[in-house]
Design a protein around this ligand. Structure first.
Ligand code: PGA
Length: 250
């Protein structure tokens, strides 16, 4: 039995004032007995303060990226150890905005995955195809390649301490989510791929869907057998909407 997980990716949004009010409202709205694990990923500069606001709650803290390097002359970067030091439990790696806007390739994403795990963070490892790739029937090939790049470095065992997020690039921030069947097909492919290497890992790894998840479509998406929750962008900035999405995953 996999515990559902709903992760809010705030991206580059928020302010100290806005975050405080978002977190307070969210904590008021979340069901205390909710079965889903809930995670929020604020921008780096707000991690510590957001962690303080979440201190007496079950909501977890994650960051949106980490450096592949441990420390040193890497201006503008944040190490996994630093993220851990300010209270993070999770780190998103390989988000499509990092891949496509900042040129992060499969090999770098794999190194980030390793860096996160080696400092006690659980990677939320994102994969997904572009519209072009989907339309040319390359979804399976692309997602498999992204996963293989990590597997080549870590082996399947590392996925015992990782989350996978399937986020079709064409569905992110577009209002156009993958249909539950489209998402389920890719989730099942990912699970089968890992199960072929290690049956236990394939069965237990949590695979989130991301891309225009909202209160109106969450329940249907999360009801699919291989969808274990969501990675939520825009809708995680509205406390009531995000709380409804979390309730849909319970
Ligand atoms: P969205 O973003 O929910 O706004 O589509 C999802 C994500 O990028 O993680």
């Amino acid at each position: 039995m996999r515990q559902p997980l709903v992760a809010g990716n705030w991206k580059m949004h928020g302010s100290r004032v806005d975050n405080a009010s978002l977190v307070r409202s969210l904590l008021d709205l979340l069901r205390p007995d909710g079965g889903a694990e809930v995670l929020v990923c604020p921008p780096f500069v707000y991690l510590w303060e957001t962690g303080r606001l979440l201190k007496d709650s079950d909501v977890q803290l994650g960051c949106q990226s980490v450096s592949a390097e441990a420390q040193g002359a890497f201006t503008g970067e944040i190490s996994a150890a630093m993220a851990r030091d300010v209270g993070c439990r999770y780190a998103i790696v390989g988000h499509s905005e990092r891949r496509h806007l900042y040129g992060e390739g499969d090999a770098l994403v794999a190194r980030k995955f390793v860096a996160a795990q080696s400092h006690g963070l659980v990677p939320v490892f994102c994969v997904g195809e572009t519209l072009d790739e989907r339309e040319s029937s390359r979804t399976t090939e692309v997602v498999a390649r992204q996963i293989d790049a990590v597997l080549a470095v870590t082996g399947a065992q590392a996925f015992a301490r990782a989350i996978i997020a399937y986020e079709p690039v064409w569905a992110i921030g577009t209002g156009r989510n993958a249909s539950p069947d489209q998402a389920q097909d890719v989730h099942a492919m990912i699970r089968t791929k890992l199960a072929a290497l290690d049956g236990m890992i394939g069965e237990s790894v949590r695979i989130l869907y991301g891309g225009s998840v909202k209160a109106a479509n969450a329940r249907e998406l999360f009801s699919m057998p291989d969808i274990d929750g969501g990675l939520v962008g825009g809708a995680s900035l509205k406390a009531d909407e995000f709380a409804q999405i979390c309730a849909a995953a319970d």
